[in-house]
Design a protein around this ligand. Structure first.
Ligand code: ADP
Ligand code: MG
Length: 378
């Protein structure tokens, strides 16, 4: 699914009205009946059909015929459109540049505001892979419809933004959280390489200590990253790490906190051993090394991302993790980047073409003039 920002310039206000009506109808209907879309949009029946067919032609909504009635569902394309429209209205995103990452369930783009300041847009695409990898009788996922995938993606973006904000405000090395709408987060662009791309390093011991300190500092604040690996750590020129990717963070009060904590620690130990031949007897342990000093986990739940939201998202994430484990039983190859397969799916790859450019010039891939698309509508 490709992000298509040029639509923002071509759609009319009636198109937007009808798309918004489809989004509202999606709250209570898997498939939104045409009559409901018409009544929410308050357009005359005659006009609505033309608008609906334009939206459907552009893949912003999709026709669904089911046994009870016919109607439409909002697609990821339509959801992207609505989010981009909101973000551009608020001035957070003015133009969209290159895609720099494709995660298992997310797409990452470079964007810019009106002054040309570069930022990162992360779009959640939950369900994108589950459709394919689904096995056996996982009814919960198989029977989920698009409406709930969009909802899950929105929860993931809300969670990411809430955690990034609390971490940023408390001095943790994370990107600046700029804005969030629906399944999209806008954040500061970090000029750095993911740890997975770093082959030579002057002092692996020093970086290793920084990363372990970061894990401990998080835990002393009540938080565990939960996916603390070479793909989610960006290393700046001055060797300082920046942590990204927060939809799976958990509180140190979580029932499996110790397991998540140890897994984060193990991930770093394994990576340093395989990549740099570096091993240390010193590594943190959950009960011994983490005394709670702050409760950022509590701050996050006060931020609007509720406990109920958290539980809904977690139920989904646990199922996906189980499915990943099943899938990697079939495919236990150790890949070139040193990943053990556990996260190889979510390992975002720099899009072909950008990678060589960024390596050669030693900077993060940037918005190239001819690729930039003007989003301004009004
Ligand atoms: P996913 O959830 O798909 O793993 P991530 O948030 O980890 O997505 O981002 C995927 C990749 O995109 C990262 O490995 C990194 O290369 C790039 N990326 C993400 N956020 C930023 C950022 N703020 N600045 C620079 N690069 C980023
Ligand atoms: Mg990631």
């Amino acid at each position: 699914m490709k992000l298509d920002p040029k639509l923002l310039r071509y759609l009319t206000s009636d198109d937007f009205r009808v798309l918004t009506a489809a989004e509202m109808g999606t709250r209570n209907h898997e498939v939104v009946p045409t009559s409901l879309i018409a009544s929410i949009a308050q357009l005359r029946q005659a006009g609505i059909h033309k608008v609906i067919s334009t939206l459907a032609k552009n893949n912003l909504i999709a026709r669904v015929q089911n046994s009870k009635y016919d109607g439409y569902r909002l697609t990821y394309g339509g959801y992207d459109y609505l989010a981009l429209k909101t973000l551009s209205k608020r001035g957070s995103v003015y133009s969209v540049g290159n895609q720099i990452g494709v995660g298992k369930e997310s797409d990452i783009y470079i964007v810019a505001d009106e002054e040309g300041n570069q930022r990162v847009l992360k779009i959640q695409r939950l369900g994108r892979n589950s459709f394919r990898t689904i096995k056996s009788n996982r009814d919960y996922l198989r029977h989920r419809q698009t409406g709930s995938w969009l909802y899950m993606s929105r929860l993931a973006a809300m969670k990411e933004f809430a955690f990034m904000k609390v971490l940023y405000e408390n001095g943790f090395p994370v990107p600046e959280p700029i804005d969030q709408s629906r399944h999209c987060v806008v954040m500061g662009l970090i000029d750095a390489y993911p740890l997975c791309q770093i082959r030579d390093i002057e002092d692996p011991g020093a970086l290793y200590s920084k990363l372990m300190d970061l894990i401990v500092r998080l835990a002393c604040s009540g938080l565990i990253h939960g996916d603390f690996n070479e793909f989610n750590l960006l290393i700046r020129n001055d060797d300082e790490p920046v942590l990204i990717d927060f939809p799976q963070m958990v509180s140190t009060s979580h029932r499996n906190a110790e397991m998540y904590f140890n897994r984060d620690v193990e991930c770093i130990r394994t990576f340093f051993r395989r990549r740099f031949g570096y091993e240390s007897k010193l590594y943190p342990r959950f009960h011994r090394d983490t005394q709670r000093e702050f409760s950022l986990d509590v701050q996050v739940s006060a931020s609007g991302f509720t406990r109920k939201n958290q539980e809904e998202l977690e139920q989904y994430q646990e199922l996906v993790a189980t499915m990943d484990a099943e899938a990697s039983e079939d495919d236990s190859d150790y890949d070139e980047d040193g990943s053990d397969g556990r996260d190889s799916g979510s390992a975002a790859k720099i899009a072909a073409g950008d990678e060589s450019e960024s390596k050669e010039h030693g900077v993060a891939p940037s918005l190239s003039g001819d690729m930039a698309r003007d989003l301004s509508v009004e």
